[in-house]
Design a protein around this ligand. Structure first.
Ligand SMILES: [Zn+2]
Ligand SMILES: [Zn+2]
Length: 160
């Protein structure tokens, strides 16, 4: 069985998905831009009953009469999009977001024009930035590591 795990930046809210994921997408709509504070929202739908919260549940904001959006009330990480036809999780919150590749774009009527050129911007690694920002060498991360903690619900089987 395929198991996916993830959670918010501080680790207060953690999740596990068993048995596969649904459609992965990015949504350019204005509601998703606001909810994520970003250019678009990367989301993957989860099958009914496949999602378990393994620490706290997210706090929810009802962004419309039909949809609510979940986030960590401690650190603010956007985590869910919850509609009448199901729930989707923020791809960036997964412990291994590279394993969840988006396959379609939604809400393109609101797409910000420069998004199509982002991959052409000049590139700098974090290490290259240490030279211009020496404080980075003293940085101590408080971000939750990209793996389940020992206090989370025990896994049902081996993790691939
Ligand atoms: Zn958090
Ligand atoms: Zn949207």
């Amino acid at each position: 069985m395929t198991i996916f795990t993830g959670g918010c930046q501080c680790g207060a809210v953690r999740f596990r998905v068993e048995g596969g994921l649904g459609q992965a997408s990015i949504c350019h709509c204005r509601m998703c831009q606001k909810a994520f504070g970003s250019f678009y929202a990367p989301l993957v739908s989860v099958p009914d009953g496949a999602l378990a919260w393994t620490r706290r549940e997210p706090k929810r904001f009802r962004s419309s009469n039909l949809v609510q959006r979940g986030f960590c009330e401690d650190c603010g990480t956007p985590l869910t999009y919850e509609a009448p036809d199901g729930i989707a999780l923020a791809i960036g919150a997964f412990d291994d977001p590279a394993a969840v590749a988006p396959a379609i774009q939604f809400g393109t009527e609101a797409k910000i024009a420069y998004v199509d050129g982002l991959h052409e911007l000049p590139e700098r690694s974090t290490e290259a930035d240490v030279e211009s920002n020496p404080y980075l060498s003293k940085l101590v991360s408080r971000q939750h590591p990209d793996r389940p903690g020992e206090d989370e619900m025990p896994l049902q089987g081996p993790v691939a």
